[in-house]
Design a protein around this ligand. Sequence first.
Ligand SMILES: Nc1ncnc2c1ncn2[C@@H]1O[C@H](COP(=O)(O)OP(=O)(O)O)[C@@H](O)[C@H]1O
Ligand SMILES: [Mg+2]
Length: 141
Amino acid sequence: MEWQYSLDKIREMATTFWEAVGATKVFAFQGPMGAGKTTFIRELCAIKGVKDSTGSPTFSIINEYEYIGEGTKKIVYHMDLYRLKNEDEALQAGVEDCLYSGHICLVEWPEKAPGLFPDNTLHISIELLDDKTRRLKIADI
Ligand SMILES: Nc1ncnc2c1ncn2[C@@H]1O[C@H](COP(=O)(O)OP(=O)(O)O)[C@@H](O)[C@H]1O
Ligand SMILES: [Mg+2]
């Protein structure tokens, strides 16, 4: 499936996204620097009810946020693997533990450690069409 969206439609895009992906837990977002991965992931977190997702994941590899889902406290991980060199570094940072934790994981730069991702990872790409417009593609849906 694929969609195009601008920043003023990002809330609708993110709502559609959560509806499309069902119970998927691990999401790998590919796309060049500036494509809008962080921006979109923050919107996804905001819809879940995360209050504090503004800390810049550019500076930390794993960000853990809380939200209330179905009446209980839940966790969502936002990971940015950009600064990691390889899978070993990702392992040491605790990335695999998060990926298999059963919590929702939203991951930028998955290509830094492709071997760590579970088989049921959903692969998403974000492309820059122009200044304002992005194309989001979900593989296999
Ligand atoms: N439709 C859009 N979706 C997401 N970001 C957009 C869009 N249009 C413009 N932008 C801008 O593009 C930039 C994307 O940056 P960011 O989300 O940090 O990208 P990435 O994490 O992929 O490197 C932001 O400055 C954002 O305001
Ligand atoms: Mg980013």
